[in-house]
Design a protein around this ligand. Sequence first.
Ligand code: NOJ
Length: 557
Amino acid sequence: MSTSPEHAATGSEWWRTAVIYQIYPRSFADASGDGIGDLPGIESRMDALAQLGVDALWLSPFMVSPQRDAGYDVADYRDVDPLFGSLADFDAMLAAAHERGIKLIVDLVPNHSSSDHAWFQAALAAGPGSIERARYIFRDGKGENGELPPNNWESVFGGRAWTRVTEADGTPGQWYLHIFDSSQPDFDWSNEEVREEFRSVLRFWLDRGADGFRVDVAHGLVKAEGLPDYTPPADGDSMGGHEPVPYWGQEGVHEIYRDWHNVLAEYEGDRVLCAEAWLPTLDETALWVRSDEMHQAFNFLYMYAGWNADAQREVITESLRAFNSVGAPSTWVLSNHDVVRHATRLAVEFENAQGAGIGPNTPGPRPDAALGLRRARAATTLMLALPGSAYLYQGEELGLPEVIDLPDEARQDPSFFRTNGERYGRDGCRVPIPWEPDAPAFGFSTTGESWLPQPPEFVEYARSVEEKDDASTLELYKNLLTERRAHGLGSGTLTWKETGSATLLSLTNADVEVVVNFGADELLVDAARVILSSEPLLVTAENQAKVPTDVTVWLHA
Ligand code: NOJ
């Protein structure tokens, strides 16, 4: 059954202003003690999430998977991997969230499956020309004996984007496309069977009560006709340059989301689709959130904007313009499981391409941890004052830095292996988070096991330590979320105030004025006007609060 948008379930459109907390399940809380976080672990920490004050959770994939890309390689879209628990555990965890008024978004990976998926295994067995192969992108190779790949595309994780299979009779055979790892074959979305399968997967999780989906590689499902050759820009930027990319942002992809929009609209409660779409401009990103498509699209241009007054003002102004033009909120984000944590990234003074990560031998000076944290707190204090929705990534509320000193033997990201260690990849932002200072694995697991080693300095970031410290990053985040809600900032209107300075940014939203000091000189503000600030402020005898460099304050307007 499908209904047109005018028959859609209506409601609060909660997602327009929501603050959504990303849980990376394998690194959040481990109830089974095997060193990998799980769904019962999440359930056991639900009160901490309610106390933080977030509106919703997004869980990175927990479906059945051989975990070659940490679950972004799904072998069964309708079941929970035993590593993370069971469907009953999912139901219990969802109920625990809903009881506390917290919504829950599931990660859906439609661009590719795992090579362990029954469909891919059937495709290998069935041979060229079969309906089984037609669900994926199999092609004959070039060259005299098909020994060359069908085109020159490169995998986002390094190396070529094609792998040759051995046919059932033992001879070298066709090639299949994988924009990511060879264990992640791309589906062929021109195939109606693929489309129907994913409608059914959407319904499976919607029927269980999921409040929506974060859609992985939402810009990648449709490939250009004829699969033309393409060479990405040399700087390794996976968003592409200004040349069209034959596997990103093809026009035909939008039809899929219009279809999904209608599937979600059949359900009560404003279910949401959030696009993970890395695109070179805000105007292109806004195409994913036209009124009959998705509801949110991560604002990655904002994530990567420079930490200075001009760059921040420009990206915020442009974001609001681009998303307003299609009637959508901007979805602000500073960190996730694919990028260097912003408490480190904002102190990086050298080129660091997305996905490169930072490791012990990264050229350039070590990012200054104190500077990074100070800027991260200031950046988040600015972000949470902006109208629209925002995503937080687990651990950023503790001020966690990127873990730089992971030994090579511990690394797991396929991009580390596919580039022979040239890129450290994303493990440094995925280390299991600390809950208590003295417990095994800092309270992450009951046994002390942890799938990536936690550094000793995590002790000072443990949640229970920060809970007792008014000046901690955790307490800052709690205040930000309380005041954001109290002042209605998510649904407010932003107006810039001219500061006459190239290093000061000032804006108003609802009844709050926000000032960010990027400059070396202290700024004085009337202490009575201060609602909160990203660092504790010294106050003069004249009751003036001193706002030093890299600090954001919220003032009564
Ligand atoms: C984006 C996900 O966020 C990332 O972690 C994953 O490796 C790729 N998509 C491939 O699914």
